[in-house]
Write a protein that binds this ligand. Sequence first.
Ligand code: 13P
Ligand code: SF4
Length: 315
Amino acid sequence: MGYTEGEMIATASITEEILDLKRQRGACILAHHYQDAEIQELADSIGDSLELARKAKDFEGDVIAFCGVWFMAETAKVLNPHKTVIVPDHEAGCSLVDSCPTEQVRAFRRRHPDHVIVSYINTSVGVKTESDIICTSRNAVKVVQSIPADQPILFLPDVNLGNYVKKETGRQNMKIWQGACMVHATFPSRRLLKMKSEHPDAMIVAHPECPADVLAHADYIGSTSALIDWTIAHPHNEFIVMTESGVRFSLEKRAPHKKFWFVNNENCNCSECPYMKRNTLEKLRDCLRDLSPKVELSADTIARARLPIERMLAL
Ligand code: 13P
Ligand code: SF4
């Protein structure tokens, strides 16, 4: 859909305001690949959850404007606690976070003290304080492989990522939480197959939060950045992309000559994350102006959540 002249002028003026506020605040803008194109356009760094955590940790200015979802901003705060971390929309949550309350993880820990808890980064900071090691979609296989083979594991909260990791590592004694991403878990394989029948030459790339019957058709499985990099580097010119459609921004920018097809999920008949899409240019401007919504965590929470994140980063 094109913009009217009026809309383009309004966007240009909000962009100017954001860049001014960014300079005044000594801020950097970190954006996840699922943000709207106009936010990614403005960002100092775009990345997957692991790359953005590393960027946040190394940032030396004053304010991190985190354009992503709340758990990602919490991770930034844990890794760089003396910085102000703001998010355009406080309600930018995640269905995986909602599927896994801290109390239930604490109760599991009490009942199964022999289990190592491997938590996907898509969890609340409270769950991280109860975890032994964190992983992201980029390194989940490597993290599980780093744990002795006979050690019982609880993997949480994503059932699809957990099943994928279990298959890749051949782990037997791994319990898996039954949470799911409301976007990826509802990509039906029949829609993927229909798309493939319409574009028979297209290769298929998929995020590991997709169900096993979708992953079974994938030529490549990886995190958002890994999918983008693989697709750009591959000599093939046509791809079906089984993840949130925000990745289209980097794909089309870096490989304008290639074709990318997205499959709609059953929830919204789109391929967008409603939480990620809560962040807008206007809200980004307002949060830089007001320094709010701001991530605030106690020193104790930061210290306890940092340990399992640092264990992952050390790998
Ligand atoms: P990435 O780790 O690939 O950025 O994925 C995060 C996410 O929320 C996927 O739905
Ligand atoms: Fe959470 Fe899924 Fe949205 Fe990623 S796409 S932030 S896992 S709801």
